[in-house]
Ligand binder design. Structure first.
Ligand code: MN
Length: 430
């Protein structure tokens, strides 16, 4: 049976009705008090399946031979093996977790070792991220920012409809969900001030994004074509690309964002394989003007896909929890499918000049703003530069993020038979 078959059930208690059913199987890297060596696991319900244990018991030997891919800090080795290996591993893991397969279900000793309760797993970054690129692929977000800082008539810069605009981020400050984030300090300059001042950022913001991890990658000088791009996408993760708007405003001319962005980026520890998203694939917004040829899949190679490649119906939420509130309050609901440029186009564009990508590189989407004011993906837009503060149930209001506030992002796909949770991206400002 195909791992996405809605009829599949798992023997793991509670998994079938959770957001992490057998059709999901996201990968992560974890350690436990009993074994502090980081290794790769797969989330199933409220458990983590320890792939190192299964690998050492020989359950992947026919797929990978003697090569150990899961007893590592990071998914990089596994990512480097490519799409066929990912498909085979996903098939094998699915089989081992099935309710009608006794291999793991009936082997108490192995099961005990391999199924780690989620509470016992300390989640780490999913990969050793070599390079991090951040795009700017939501037309609504680019339009909103253009309206605020230029004017509505020329909100989009002339290149935006032709190029998946992006910049190189900083990989060293990417942290897993739950890591506290320190408010950055830096130079800012008020419009009417003569000189800048130094101090804590006063306009701290989140950016609701999704990112994808790349697979084998390409040799320097050899672009990844758009028709082969999807085979390079290992899986997706939630990303909060924290931004200090006041620092950004003063520093970004002419080379783009620098210290306003590189103080922290939070990611979910779970990477949902692209294969698990296939039942939720859909087409993105119509692209007008038609992009240049290298950003379109040739008609003969489309195989039913749109020219831009597939996108996915992934529902996104941002909630804010202040110290005074009892519960997180949802301040935005957006969707991955609103992005104008697809992941395949981002990959094709990123490498068209010959730039090489490596296994475990992270390419993030840019802020994902939907078409309505309650679906915007940043405080800057939700509170419209501070002009329309967000009202919270506690009676507080927010224009930007305050100390002690926690930003919680969630993503999920909802189908007729099951729901896929893509994990959480949580960060508290100190
Ligand atoms: Mn960003």
């Amino acid at each position: 049976m195909h791992p996405n078959d809605p009829a599949l059930k798992s023997f793991v208690p509670g998994a079938d009705d959770s957001g992490f059913p057998i059709q999901n199987l996201p990968y992560g890297v974890f350690r436990t008090p009993a074994d502090d060596k980081p290794r790769v696991g797969v989330r199933i319900g409220e458990h983590v399946l320890d792939l190192k244990v299964l690998e050492h018991a020989g359950h992947f030997e026919d797929l990978f031979g003697d090569t150990h891919v899961f007893c590592k800090w990071g998914l990089n080795r596994f990512m480097s093996l490519g799409a066929e290996a990912w498909t085979n591993a996903r098939q094998r893991i699915s089989e081992l977790l099935r309710a009608d397969n006794g291999t793991l279900r009936d082997n108490a000793a192995l099961r005990e070792q391999a199924l780690v309760p989620l509470e016992a797993a300390h989640m780490l970054l999913p990969a050793e991220i070599g390079d991090y690129t951040d795009f700017y692929s939501s037309k609504q977000h680019a339009y909103n920012v253009g309206c605020m800082f230029r004017d509505p008539k020329n909100a989009l810069l002339p290149n935006w409809l032709w190029i998946p605009v992006g910049y190189h981020g900083r990989a060293s400050s990417i942290v897993p969900s739950g890591t506290p984030v320190r408010r950055p300090r830096g130079q800012t300059k008020a419009d009417d001030a003569e000189a800048p001042t130094f101090g804590p950022s006063r306009l701290l913001d989140f950016e609701l994004e999704m990112g994808f991890f790349t697979g084998p990658g390409n040799t320097l000088g050899e672009p990844i074509t758009i028709e082969s791009a999807e085979r390079q996408i290992f899986g997706v993760t939630l990303v909060n690309d924290w931004s200090a708007r006041d620092i950004q405003k003063w520093e970004y001319v002419p080379l783009g964002p620098f210290l306003a962005k590189n103080f922290a980026t939070t990611v979910s520890p779970w990477v949902t394989p692209r294969a698990a998203l296939e039942p939720f694939r859909t087409t993105g917004p119509e692209q007008d003007p038609q992009p240049l040829e290298y950003l379109r899949i040739p008609e003969s190679k489309r195989d039913g896909a749109p020219a831009a490649g597939w996108t996915y119906d992934i529902k996104l939420e941002v909630a804010l929890q202040t110290e005074k509130q009892r519960e997180p309050f949802v301040i935005s609901r957006s969707n991955f499918k609103h992005l104008y440029w697809t992941m395949a186009q981002q990959l094709a564009h990123h490498t068209v000049n010959g730039c090489n990508l490596r296994p475990g590189d992270l390419l993030a989407s840019g802020t994902i703003s939907g078409p309505t004011p309650d679906s915007y993906g940043s405080m800057l837009e939700l509170a419209w530069r501070g002009e329309r503060p967000i009202q919270l149930p506690s009676g507080e209001e927010r224009k930007f993020i305050q100390d002690g506030d926690t930003v919680i992002m969630r993503a999920y796909c909802e189908g007729p038979a099951y729901r896929l949770d893509l994990g959480e991206c949580v960060g508290r400002i100190m």
